[in-house]
Design a protein around this ligand. Structure first.
Ligand code: ARG
Ligand code: ZN
Length: 856
């Protein structure tokens, strides 16, 4: 059933303290809890609970029998309770069979098992009956008891006691107390056998914090990158937001079975191994970079999420949007700002714009949902971050800092809303409140514009207008405040003659620049100052000019992407020939490769097939898009053929270093290698083999393997076999081995079938499922066939019951079936209707209804 934002009601009871006693046994766990509750308003005590076996419940010492409460599938209600209540509850749960990976679950198999929790958003109700909602904050004390073969017993806060059981010598226990008031979704515990990497950090307030990263002993040597990132993040948050850490201990635990990236549980983060482990030999640079970003993200949640939390799950973007903005800013300080922005915008455009263009479009703050897990989306996260970024840029650094200081001052310890956030940020500028519409309105605004130059008056007028598609089920779109960072370039000198932030907040607006002595070239949306599509009346030559003269590295990339889009989306009414693009690249590349290899590597980006597809609204033909994409890629490779050998030699392999320059060199070398093979340079296959054989790190080795597989180099199979042999004890590397095959240019549904049949494939490990199934979606020509789709929907059906969170996320990728050309469209529709009959989780059903809604 649907839950609506407008129906929000405060809980009738508050919880002051919770005492949990979790006893783990071979086949089940017993959870005893004592809740001290106090009435806030009239009404019942509502305790959520799912998949729990209730053993006993008492109120103020009186055992309740079935006539004292109402129980249904997901909650237990007690009416007429006194104003002060001590509730004692005993339940039994079964973490050993919990494949949904929510609540308390067992990860691993055989003798290699551990128990961890995932409570956000509504997992705590699978551990015990509780008012499991983010606006109920309480002080938790947790006792864990287990067999001694699990020496690691962790929970939130500070360790108070650790000991053996007198009457059961092979069992032991630990008691943890968390002094911070927190909602149940931030609860965590771990029962495992792990090694630990320790370090320490002294905060700006002089607090000595113990830092601990827990992992399996085989992985403990891959924890230093994460540890360093944690210390960097702690310092960064003090410097940039004045936020020191507030407990004496900060723990991170790596687990190989996890639905998402990581989780910010108070003082006890739990991480997907893929998002915390990193070593040069086993982890690519881009993965390692995202490890640092995710460590920082979860750390930043301590203030934006934990100390100030969300009133209800509609406000998810309050913590996620702000925290993503913070981790993006942190990452920008660790590498070239331009490249960081390129990466963030590329993700936004590829995934969020596509989501906003299809049947799953929703506002950054949704107004209703059936299953909140379905709303951990790129719209909530990434578009949410873009809104905070627009506000920060509109205010400028000093006023933004005043606003965030005010936010932390006013709301520390509370569960608040997006309106509260905006009201704190607008203390220096009330216009900031107008950004609320960005949270309410789905759809990506399209900003169109043109310029007119008046020689006599020496003025340039830029006229911009905005339009957002009307998403059904929402009110007609209104104009939004859109900051457009603009610079004017002198045609002759290439110098900047004016820079201004234009605020487009009406349907159409004109902006005039004075004292402009000749018609300039205008660069707009610098650093992607707003999450919009831009259609400006450019000549290809203007874009080539900007590629040469822009000082903003992001915009240099952006103009290459505009040129590429103009060439590739010919059928969509654009009419560019590739000549201007090719000669601009030829001119720019050699110099840029020497100056900033990472940026140079990005300039050769051609948007992915999925991203290009998101601009096509009907008669989408995956084969045509693939052919166009490959055609352009071939043309670039052939046109610049002479450069590849030169560049490849200029980028020699060196011993491993983790510096921006070294990462740039490796990135560009991999791109050049791919280009060289595409251009059929004779030696290129040998370069690839040598790069693989002599690799100093995974970026080099995997880069070489990937091009060999994609170009079907004769030795590719031998190298795939070698890669498997070298790394078969490392799950994360074997994920790479699966994904390089599942995303290969030549992949078919049969390839996927055989990868699924491989002994190392495991339905219970989301990373492994994604390494095959999500990788497959990068080849739309294979996915959107009868065989491809029937395989894909079969996977969703298979996971629907076992892991509905994962199943539903996989399904969301099919959202744009409705844009396919008729023959494919009909086939996809039939398969989705068939799937609808076979699934039962509310997660998958909600997504499927939205996805199918596109048909009507
Ligand atoms: N709050 C976590 C993060 O942003 C994500 C956890 C979401 N988990 C889920 N099952 N939906 O890092
Ligand atoms: Zn987050």
């Amino acid at each position: 059933s649907k839950i609506n934002l407008k129906d929000y009601k405060k809980p009738s009871f508050d919880v002051e303290t919770v005492d949990l006693n979790i006893k783990l046994f071979e086949e089940f766990a017993q959870v005893d809890s004592t809740l001290k509750m106090v009435r806030q308003t009239a009404g019942d005590i509502v305790l959520f609970g799912e998949a729990l076996e209730l053993i006993s419940i008492s109120v103020n010492g009186e055992i309740l029998t079935a006539e004292h409460y109402q129980q249904d599938d997901d909650k237990l209600t007690i009416s007429n309770a006194p104003d002060e209540v001590v509730l004692e509850i005993q339940v039994r749960i079964c973490p050993q069979t919990n494949t949904a990976l929510e609540g308390l679950y067992m990860a691993g198999s055989g003798d290699d098992t551990m128990f961890v929790t995932q409570c956000e958003p509504e997992g705590f109700r699978k551990i015990t009956f509780y008012p499991d909602r983010p606006d109920v904050l309480a002080i938790f004390t947790t006792r864990l008891e287990a067999d001694k073969r699990y020496p690691t017993l962790l929970a939130n806060g500070n360790l108070v006691e650790f000991g053996e059981l007198v009457n059961a010598p092979d069992r032991h226990y630990a008691i943890w107390h968390d002094p911070t008031n927190k909602p149940s979704y931030l609860f965590a515990c771990v029962v495992a056998d792990l090694d630990v990497l320790t370090d320490s950090y002294t905060t700006s307030e002089g607090r000595d914090v113990k830092l601990e990263v827990y992992a399996k002993s085989a992985d403990i040597d891959k924890c230093d990158v994460g540890m360093q990132a944690l210390k960097d993040a702690m310092e960064w948050d003090e410097v940039n937001y004045g936020r020191p850490y507030d407990l004496d201990r900060y723990m991170i635990v790596a687990v190989s079975q996890f639905n998402m990236g990581a989780m910010e549980n108070k003082g006890l983060n739990i991480f997907n191994t893929a998002c915390v482990l990193s070593s040069p030999e086993t982890t690519t640079d881009s993965r390692s970079f995202s490890v640092k970003a995710i460590i920082a993200h979860e750390y930043f949640h301590n203030w934006t999420g934990n100390r100030i939390t969300c009133r209800d799950w509609f406000q998810l973007c309050l913590k996620e949007g702000f925290t993503v903005y913070r981790d993006q800013s942190f990452s920008a300080d660790q590498q070239s700002r331009a490249v960081q922005r390129i990466d963030d915008v590329a993700t936004l455009r590829a995934h969020q714009f596509a989501e906003d263009a299809g049947p799953l479009a929703h506002p950054v703050r949704p107004e209703s949902f059936v299953e909140i897990n379905n709303f951990y989306t790129t719209t909530v996260y990434e578009k949410g971050a873009e809104i905070v970024r627009m506000i920060a840029n509109t205010l400028g650094p000093d006023d933004f800092r005043k606003g965030t200081d005010e936010y932390f001052r006013r709301y520390d310890g509370q569960a608040v809303t997006v309106e509260d956030f905006l009201s704190a940020l607008s203390i220096t500028d009330s216009k900031i409140e107008n950004f609320i519409d960005w949270y309410r309105q789905p759809g990506t605004p399209v900003v169109s514009g043109h310029q007119s130059y008046d020689r006599a008056a020496q003025t340039l007028t830029i006229t911009l207008s905005q339009q957002t598609r009307h998403v059904s089920g929402f009110s007609a779109p209104k104009p939004l405040p859109i900051p457009v960072a603009t610079a004017l370039f002198d045609q002759d000198s290439g110098d900047i003659i004016a820079e201004r932030m234009l605020l487009l907040d009406q349907a159409t607006q004109s902006f005039t620049f004075e004292n402009v002595s000749s018609e300039p070239v205008v660069s707009l949306l610098r650093d992607f100052s707003a999450p919009v599509q831009l259609n400006y009346d450019y000549q290809d030559e203007d874009l080539a000019f900007l590629l040469k003269h822009e000082t903003n590295g992001f915009n240099r990339w952006q103009v290459t992407q505009m040129l590429v889009n103009r060439i590739l989306l010919q059928g969509q009414g654009s009419k560019s020939s590739p000549q201007v693009y090719l000669s601009a690249l030829a001119q720019t590349l050699p110099e840029l490769a020497a100056e900033d290899a990472m940026l140079a590597a990005r300039l050769l980006d051609i948007p992915s097939a999925q991203e290009l597809a998101s601009a096509i609204h009907k008669d989408y033909d995956p084969a045509l898009v693939k052919a166009q994409r490959e055609g352009l890629y071939q043309l670039v490779a052939d046109t610049l053929k002479d450069q590849w050998a030169v560049l490849y030699k200029q980028l020699p392999m060196q011993s491993y270093k983790d510096s921006p320059e070294a990462r740039g060199t490796r990135a560009l070398r991999n791109v050049v290698l791919d280009m060289a093979l595409t251009a059929k340079i004779e030696d290129a296959a040998v370069w690839a083999q040598q790069q693989y054989d002599n690799a100093s790190c995974m970026t080099e080795r995997f880069g070489a393997l990937k091009v060999m597989v994609n170009h079907q180099v004769a030795s590719a199979d031998a190298y795939l076999a070698d890669f498997y042999e070298r790394f078969n004890s490392n799950d994360l590397v074997i994920d790479l081995w699966f994904s390089v095959q599942a995303s290969a240019d030549t992949v078919t549904a049969d390839t996927i079938e055989s990868l699924i049949a491989h002994t190392d494939f495991d339905w219970n490990t989301p990373n492994r499922v994604r390494s095959v199934i999500s990788a497959f979606t990068s080849q739309p020509t294979a996915l959107w066939t009868a065989e491809g789709l029937s395989l894909y929907t079969g996977v969703i059906k298979k996971l629907d019951d076992a892991n509905p969170v994962l199943a539903s996320r996989l399904l969301q990728v099919l959202a744009r079936w409705n844009t396919l050309a008729e023959s494919h469209r009909q086939m996809a529709h039939d398969q989705l209707l068939e799937l609808q009959k076979q699934v039962s989780s509310k997660h998958v059903l909600e997504s499927l209804n939205s996805v199918l809604g596109a048909a009507s």
